[in-house]
Ligand binder design. Sequence first.
Ligand SMILES: [Zn+2]
Ligand SMILES: [Zn+2]
Length: 144
Amino acid sequence: MLSEAERRCAERQVRLTPQRRRVLEVIADRHGAIGAYEIIARLGEGRSRPAPISVYRALDFLMAQGLVHRLASLNAFIACSGPDRAHGAQFLICRGCGVIGELNDASVEAAIGRAAAAAGFAVAAPLVEVTGLCRSCRTSDAPA
Ligand SMILES: [Zn+2]
Ligand SMILES: [Zn+2]
């Protein structure tokens, strides 16, 4: 994840500064979504706590580079597991165990684009959050 992020940033000639890198590390470590306050707290472990504004700026950078997505319904951030291009991701959020999967179905993205255009709306972030139950939660809920 981090070497991939470094490669992308080098290709685009943008700088993955130590602060941005550490924020990405904390998010990627989680294997799920993590809130901004928790990111700040994690960064402050064993050293001085960073200024929140510097963390928010790092998050803006990581989102602009497509390395991190923000999940509005959870008010949290998640490392991107998707393709190396601008993409409208779909997230499947399990309300049983909290696991979050990222899908990148181009037809969903295209459908959102078409419907929005018909409404005269310019899409900035075609990100979809779908809640439900993951496969393993559905299996464990089933009667034996
Ligand atoms: Zn993604
Ligand atoms: Zn689940």
